[in-house]
Design a protein around this ligand. Structure first.
Ligand SMILES: C[S@@+](CC[C@H](N)C(=O)[O-])C[C@H]1O[C@@H](n2cnc3c(N)ncnc32)[C@H](O)[C@@H]1O
Length: 252
């Protein structure tokens, strides 16, 4: 049997090819196998050599989406063949990325594994839309939660206090319910909300309103996943001053 290879659990950033880290790009360049997702810098995959096996485990409509267990098994199996395996993920692997489960599976199987942190959409996508998550003298922190279910009670408490920004990932489908829950928990209905769709890509869009109206406004604009929802004073339009025409630039 050949020597065991290695698995890199790599954060690829929010999507733009120039928002991947140098370390992540190096890991990709050295990969024999890349196990990829729907999110992340997929355009970079076309730069890989023809010998690199690319396995898409994302949820392309109409195709089987691999279970987490199948992904874990794949990583371990390829590494046991002596290969360098990159598990490429959108954003950061440890922010709602199930990277922890993959690290555990590799360690349990005795496969060497390394984590390469990535630029999380939770931080980068608001920044690209001119929304600072904290602002001295105004908000003292930010809470990142997932919104594919009811919001945690911590989010409701934070929204009521108004001194912390709330960042919701995976929350578009239940936006109306989240906004209603936050208002019911004591948040001011006039609290600004920004929804940033497909951040860092050429199709980035920002939709703004307040808690009372954001569901209607985002629905009318047909906002779809992936999007980051930011709730708090920092999400107000032109919070940092008048915008240039373009928020989206790319460093070649
Ligand atoms: C399963 S989570 C993965 C998050 C990822 N690990 C990270 O750190 O960015 C997927 C969610 O991240 C957000 N997301 C990821 N990439 C995005 C992008 N380019 N624009 C807007 N939202 C994005 C969306 O809320 C999406 O539903």
């Amino acid at each position: 049997m050949s020597d065991v290879g290695r698995v890199w659990i790599v954060g690829g950033g929010p999507g733009a090819g120039d928002l991947i880290t140098v370390r992540a790009a190096r890991a990709l360049a050295g990969a024999d196998v890349v196990v990829t997702d729907r999110l992340g810098p997929s355009a970079l995959l076309s730069d890989l050599g023809p010998h690199v096996e690319i396995v898409d485990v994302g949820k392309a409509p109409g195709h089987h989406r691999a279970s987490q267990e199948e992904i874990n098994d794949l990583l371990v199996e390829r590494a046991r063949r002596g290969l360098s395996v990159v598990r490429l993920k959108g954003g950061d692997p440890f922010i709602f990325g199930r990277g922890g489960e993959e690290v555990r599976a590799c360690r349990a199987a005795g496969v060497p594994v390394e984590v390469v942190p990535g630029v999380s959409s939770a931080l980068a996508v608001p920044a690209l839309a001119d929304v600072p998550l904290t602002h001295r003298g105004l908000v003292s922190g930010a809470l990142i939660v997932h919104g594919h279910d009811r919001l945690p009670s911590s989010a409701c408490a934070v929204a009521a206090s108004g001194d912390c920004t709330i960042v919701i990932l995976m929350g578009v489908m239940f936006l109306a319910r989240h906004a209603a829950d936050l208002v019911e928990s004591g948040a001011d209905p006039a609290t600004p909300v920004a929804v940033v769709e497909r951040g860092s890509t050429s199709r980035q869009r920002i939709v703004r309103s307040d808690l009372a109206n954001i569901a209607q406004v985002a629905g009318d604009a047909n906002v779809r996943s992936p999007a980051v929802i930011v709730i708090g004073a920092v999400a107000a339009g032109e919070f940092l001053g008048p915008l240039d025409a373009v928020v989206h630039t790319s460093i070649a």
